[in-house]
Design a protein around this ligand. Sequence first.
Ligand code: AMP
Ligand code: MN
Ligand code: MN
Ligand code: MN
Length: 283
Amino acid sequence: MQDKENMRMDLHMHSSASDGVYSPAQVMQKAHDNGAEVVALTDHDTVAGLDEAREAAARLGMRFINGVELSVTWGGKTVHIVGLGFKRMDLYRELTKTLSDMRDRRARAMAAKFDAMGIYNTYEQAAELSGNKLNLSRRHFAMALVERGTVASEDEAFERYLKDDGPAYVKTSWQSLAQAVSLIRETGGVPVVAHPGRYTYKPPLSTIDMLEEFKALGGEAIEVTTGSHTPGENERYARVAANMGFLASTGSDFHGLKPGRPEPALQEQLPADLPTVLELLDS
Ligand code: AMP
Ligand code: MN
Ligand code: MN
Ligand code: MN
């Protein structure tokens, strides 16, 4: 058994069960090829990929942790809370039913906005490009716009149309931070704030206020090094974790071959001096 500091971990990855490109088994294979020993699949708002991923990870000899990435609205913006190591699946399946209705209604409303801009049939094309029509995301619309040549890249699709308050954006109220934290705990899991460096609050609100509320709700862990942070943000959140007493988690936030983003398990690993979220997860 290796020291845990030397163990390569990836506790945040996406498959075609949400807005990732590869199947759950393919994602696990990639993580294994890159040297991962501990892995979690964390699709947005669904646990549909976990059985396949768990089997693949077992076959490959990796330790597998159940995961999910829940969409939350806090301070008027979307925050992502990863749930790790839960045992009960039924409550997520119920939530997924509600959320997939919300996502479908939102997708149709986005398509209506594209129609009004003379860009037709985006709903049908996004659904076609998704691996799971019950979990449509803005990313599938970005893929559709790239495929038809309206934009050159997914980033451009977000920049021109899909970003918050962009011309195709449809505001959605996800569950509250308190609801997500209590759902994860009720299922025997550990809530983790995903990529804290990504949220952009305007004063007087700040990400630290959100982390304080998370802590008051019983939250004990945040992601420190992630493929969704810059190197500077990784350093900053290592300090925040130490100062606020959070355990550290890490993940690539892999979705598929996105230029400049790390492949599974190849995100910067955690600094050796930070206690990790593994302390709260059964081995
Ligand atoms: P949704 O949960 O449907 O609102 O979609 C958000 C998803 O879109 C995120 O999980 C990312 O995978 C993706 N996303 C957000 N911003 C960008 C961006 N600038 N470029 C590419 N993908 C993005
Ligand atoms: Mn995503
Ligand atoms: Mn996220
Ligand atoms: Mn993610």
